[in-house]
Write a protein that binds this ligand. Structure first.
Ligand code: GDP
Length: 368
């Protein structure tokens, strides 16, 4: 078959997978200037849509950014900051400045100190070797801090292009769509334009006569819980509203099940203490004794311990345990990537965290 390239973003057209780059329905191939679905939606509905890309493709795409002159805006999910960081971004952005946007601030408890979160994000960025110029906390769905951030980005970019990068599901499309809607006048139709020399699916949204905002495909991050979940379960697991902390008074030999998705055993703790859970309000948290936990899991996965539900269970892997010895003067968070976290009080505690193989668990200074 003859190779066809999208007239909008230059990507090679394919007709088999809607979620991947370059998709167009067969019927679209009859047209003279074929465009992919993503460009079609932008052109006709002024709306960008996310497509997924694997690590390798993504990295080669980022090289392209390093060779260009622009401001890189990296969107991360505030509910899963480590999990949604783009690894290797530091090596590939070249001399371009990087701004971090922490999205979904509406999910964090209102009492949270924004400056503390921003400083913590800067530290995380540093762990990933990334120097960031600024951090903004926004909710692109609720419009929180979006106007201020748009204004600041306009100042920082100094007339240059903006490259928007992020993992899938961080809200990159929602963020860009907000900015598009904010800037277009009724009659003005956004057009995509061919990005010379690339077939990597950059979408080019004009900001002014000289510069563009460039939407890049979302990278799939293997450490996220989302990869194991059906659409329905992902919906349950993804918080929709401000997360309400739930406190459990726990002592040694007790365990908490986060639905059936994860589990935290308290192996040692100096006395009974309050452990604070931050998860979607729709996930059931169940407390039991460690010696009963395995049996409970075998017998009640998908019922008392859910999600996972039917479709997810079919391919649900065994949970793997990781032990953490915490000896800290400050409270610590045990973070289950893509799911939420449990704040462990200060002092000496040994816990075992169970998650599906590959999902990251990490300990950080408590953010709340
Ligand atoms: P993308 O894959 O990065 O382009 O992400 P999307 O824009 O498609 O958003 C992924 C999911 O996160 C969707 O269910 C959105 O509704 C949700 N989302 C995006 N932005 C926000 C936000 O600011 N707050 C909340 N609570 N959800 C958001």
């Amino acid at each position: 078959m003859e190779q066809i390239y999208c007239h909008g973003c230059g990507v090679q057209i394919q007709t088999h997978s809607e979620k991947e780059l370059g998709y167009a329905p067969l019927s679209a191939l009859e047209r003279e200037d074929v465009i992919c679905k993503r460009c079609f939606r932008l052109k006709n509905y002024n709306e960008v849509q996310d497509v997924d890309l694997t690590d390798d493709d993504f990295l080669s795409m980022l090289h392209e950014i390093g060779d260009r002159n622009g401001l890189v805006v990296n969107i991360v999910d505030l509910f899963d900051v480590h999990g949604s960081f783009v690894r290797g971004l530091n090596r590939l952005v070249g001399d371009n400045e990087v701004v971090l946007v922490g999205n979904k601030v509406d999910l964090l408890p209102k009492s949270i100190n924004h400056n503390k979160v921003k400083n913590w994000m800067k530290r995380v960025a540093k762990e990933f070797g990334l120097k960031v110029k600024e951090v903004y906390l926004v909710s692109s769905v609720k419009g929180i801090n979006m106007e201020e951030t748009a204004f600041e980005l306009e100042k920082i970019r100094k007339g240059k292009d903006i490259f928007v990068v992020g993992c899938t599901n961080v809200g990159k499309s929602t963020f860009i769509n907000y900015l598009i809607n904010r800037s277009i006048e009724q009659e003005q139709v956004i057009t995509t334009s061919y990005f010379p020399g690339t077939t990597l699916g950059f979408i080019d949204i004009p900001l002014d006569d000289q510069a563009s905002m460039i939407d890049t495909p979302g990278i799939i991050n293997d450490h996220q819980m989302a990869h194991y979940l059906s659409k329905k379960d992902l919906k349950t697991v993804t918080p929709k509203k401000e997360v309400k902390p739930k406190v459990f008074q726990l002592e040694a030999e007790q365990t908490l099940f986060i639905g059936g998705l994860a589990r935290l055993d308290i192996d040692k703790v100096d006395e009974q203490k309050g452990f604070i859970c931050y998860f979607s309000n729709d996930i059931n948290i169940h407390r039991t004794k460690i010696d009963k936990a395995d049996l409970l899991y075998d017998q009640h996965l998908g019922e008392l311990l859910s999600p996972p539900t039917e479709e997810t269970i079919e391919t649900w892997p065994e949970l793997e345990a990781k032990t953490f010895q915490i000896n800290s003067e400050k409270k610590q968070d045990i973070v289950f990537s893509g799911l939420g976290w449990i704040t462990v009080p200060n002092g000496q505690t040994t816990v075992k965290a169970y998650v599906p193989k590959g999902v990251r668990v990490l300990v950080r200074d408590a953010i709340i």
